[in-house]
Design a protein around this ligand. Structure first.
Ligand code: SF4
Length: 425
C-alpha cells in the first residue's frame, strides 16, 4: 500500500481488505481498493477508480459504523446498524440496508433525508473539482494516474456507465436472491433465461418477458461484454448470479455451461476473494421437474450454489389471493424436494420464500406450520426460509411491529429464518 498527503487530503493506493466475506458488526471492506480521506469524508474506490463507498468523519454523521455504498447500477444503499438490537436475528446480517428506491422496506430508517448523508453525496459530486485543484505540480506517476481516473469517473460518467449493464443483459435485474446477502450483493449478473413461469398478480418485480432460454452464443456475448464492463475490478468479485427469475428451469446443460464458462472467463478461481458462490432462482415446477442428475451437476461446479424458490404459501386461499397459479400439492412436493436436496448435496443450498403480511387468509400461517410439522423431526442448519413482507402492507401498526411478529414465527421454525428485503442489482 502507498500513501500520500496533499493539502490535508490523504490518499491510499493498493489497500487490501478481507479475503473472504464474513458477518461482522463493524465496517469491513473486501478485496483491493483505494481511498481518499478528506477532513469530512472517506471515499473508497474500486480497482477501476469508481466510487464504491462513502462514510462521514464529522460529528454529524449518523453513526461511525455506518456507510453509503454505490452499486454498479448507480443506486445508493445506506448501511444502518439499525441500533443492532435484533438486526441479525431479523436479516442474518449485522446491518440494515436502507435502499434509495421503493421496495418492501419494513425498517424505519430514512437516511436519504438526513443532511449529513445528503452532504456526503454532494461532497462526492464536488470531489472531481477538488481533486483537479491538487493536480498542479509534479506528482508521483501512480498518484497522478489515479487522480486522473477518479476525476474522469465523475458522477455523471458513472451514471452513464451504469446503464451499460442493462444494454449488455437486455433487461433490468429487478430482484436478486436473498442469499446474495452472503456476498453483500456483489455478484456478476448473467442472464441464461428470461422471465418466469407464473407471472403472479402480486409480484412487482416480474420481468416483462415470458420464460425463454438464452442461446449459448448470447451467453458468450454477455460474458465478453461484462468482462469489459467490470474491467480490472473483476478480480474483486467471486460470485455469479444466473438470472433471471427461474434459471433452474433452464436445461441443466445450459446452467452448467454458463456457470463454468463464466467462472473461467471471469477468472473467479484467482479472485482476491475466496469462496466462489453461485446464486439463482428456481420455482415450484422447476424444483419438481429437476431430478438428481441436475443437482449432481450443480454440486460438482466450482461454486457453493444457492437456489432460492418462491413458494409463497401452502394455503389455497392465499395462493389465489396472490394470483399465483400453482396448487398447494405442488408447493408441498417442492418443499419436500428442497429438503431432500439440502440433505443430499453438500455444496447446494436451496432456500425458500413465504409471504408475510397482515391481510392474508388465516390459513396461510396455519398451513405453513403444518408443513413444518410434517417435514421436520429435528432442527437443521441448512435451507433458510425467508419471509417476504408484502409491499402493500397498509396497516401502519402491523408494519411497526413487523420484527415482533416475525420473532413469534422464527422461534417455531426448525431451520434458519429471516426477513427478505427485496434488493435489485
Ligand atoms: S413471484 Fe416469481 S414467479 Fe411470480 S411473477 Fe414474480 S418473479 Fe415470476
Amino acid at each position: 500500500m502507498e500513501t500520500f498527503a496533499l493539502d490535508g487530503i490523504q490518499i491510499a493506493l493498493g489497500k487490501e481488505g478481507a479475503r473472504a466475506y464474513s458477518k461482522v458488526s463493524y465496517p469491513l471492506r473486501y478485496g483491493r481498493f483505494a481511498e481518499i480521506k478528506t477532513p469530512e469524508h472517506v471515499f473508497q474506490f474500486n480497482l477501476n477508480g469508481e466510487l464504491k463507498f462513502i462514510s462521514g468523519r464529522g460529528r454529524n454523521w449518523p453513526n461511525p459504523s455506518e456507510w453509503l455504498k454505490r452499486t454498479i447500477t448507480d443506486d445508493w444503499v445506506y448501511y444502518s446498524t439499525g441500533g443492532y438490537e435484533g438486526v441479525f436475528d431479523c436479516l442474518g446480517e449485522y446491518y440494515v440496508p436502507c435502499l434509495s428506491y421503493p421496495t418492501n422496506n419494513f425498517s424505519a430508517c430514512d437516511p436519504f433525508h438526513d443532511n449529513a448523508v445528503l452532504s456526503a453525496i454532494q461532497a462526492w459530486e464536488l470531489l472531481p473539482e477538488r481533486l483537479t485543484g491538487l493536480k498542479g505540480g509534479s506528482l508521483p506517476t501512480e498518484l497522478g494516474e489515479f487522480l486522473e481516473v477518479v476525476i474522469s469517473n465523475s458522477p455523471g460518467e458513472l451514471h452513464k456507465k451504469s446503464r451499460r449493464i442493462r444494454e449488455i443483459l437486455g433487461d433490468d435485474i429487478t430482484v436478486l436472491p436473498p442469499d446474495a446477502r452472503h456476498v453483500d450483493y456483489d455478484v456478476i449478473p448473467l442472464l441464461i433465461a428470461d422471465g418466469c413461469l407464473y407471472r403472479c398478480r402480486f409480484c412487482r418485480v416480474k420481468s416483462r418477458f415470458h420464460f425463454k432460454e438464452r442461446s449459448r452464443e448470447d451467453i458468450r456475448r454477455q460474458v465478453k461484454e461484462l468482462k469489459d464492463f467490470f474491467g480490472r475490478d473483476i478480480s474483486n468479485y467471486n460470485s455469479l448470479f444466473l438470472g433471471q427469475h427461474d434459471a433452474l428451469n433452464a436445461s441443466a446443460e445450459l446452467v452448467e455451461f454458463a456457470a463454468r464458462y463464466a467462472y473461467d472467463a471471469f477468472e473467479l478461481g484467482s479472485s482476491h476473494l475466496e469462496g466462489p458462490c453461485l446464486f439463482l432462482f428456481g420455482s415450484v415446477d422447476s424444483v419438481i421437474k429437476s431430478d438428481d442428475s441436475v443437482f449432481e451437476r450443480i454440486n460438482r461446479l466450482p461454486f457453493r450454489t444457492y437456489i432460492n424458490v418462491g413458494l409463497e404459501s401452502s394455503d389455497a386461499k392465499t395462493l389465489h389471493q396472490l394470483g399465483k397459479g400453482i396448487a398447494t400439492e405442488a408447493v408441498e412436493r417442492a418443499f419436500g424436494r428442497i429438503l431432500e436436496i439440502n440433505n443430499r448435496y453438500e455444496k447446494v443450498e436451496m432456500t425458500s420464500n413465504f409471504v408475510f403480511g397482515d391481510n392474508l387468509p388465516e390459513g396461510h400461517m396455519q398451513s405453513f406450520f403444518n408443513l413444518m410439522e410434517k417435514n421436520f423431526s429435528h432442527p437443521f442448519h441448512k435451507g433458510t426460509i425467508y419471509f417476504s413482507p408484502l409491499m402493500d402492507i397498509k396497516n401502519g401498526g402491523w408494519k411497526k411491529n413487523i420484527k415482533r411478529e416475525f420473532f413469534k414465527l422464527k422461534v417455531r421454525i426448525p431451520v434458519p429464518s429471516f426477513l427478505y428485503l427485496i434488493q435489485r442489482l
